[in-house]
Design a protein around this ligand. Sequence first.
Ligand SMILES: [Zn+2]
Ligand SMILES: [Zn+2]
Ligand SMILES: [Zn+2]
Length: 131
Amino acid sequence: MNLLNLSLNKVMLLNPKQKDNFCLPYPTGERPYNCGVCEKSFARRSALRIHRLTIHEDVKSYLCPECGSAFKANSALIDHRKRVHLKVKPHVCEYCKKDFFSKKDYVEHHRTHTGEKPYECQVSNLDLNTG
Ligand SMILES: [Zn+2]
Ligand SMILES: [Zn+2]
Ligand SMILES: [Zn+2]
C-alpha cells in the first residue's frame, strides 16, 4: 500500500468538484506552500498563488482603463469611472444647483438648506421648545 497515493485519493474524494488541476501531485510529494485559507498545500509558490486567485477569488479582475485601478466587482469599477473619470453627478441640489455623485452627500448638503437635523434627539428638542 502506497501511503502517498492513499492520502491523495482521500483528497480527491473530499474535493470532487475541485477545479485546480494544477495542484495535482508533484512528483516528490512535497508541498511546502500551504494555502492558509483551505487545507490545500502546493509544491510551487506559483501554484499556490493561482489556487488562491482562482479558488478563493482573492482577485480584483476589473481594471479601470483610465487609471489602472482594480476592482473586485464590475459595478464597483463602473461606480469608480462615473465618479472619477466621467464625473457623473446625478444628484443636483434644487436650491443652489450644486451636484453630487453620492446620494448621501447630496442629502447631507440638502439639509443645510432645509435646516433638517435628523440625528438630533426629538425628546430634547421638545424640552428646549417648552423651556
Ligand atoms: Zn485554498
Ligand atoms: Zn480609474
Ligand atoms: Zn444646495
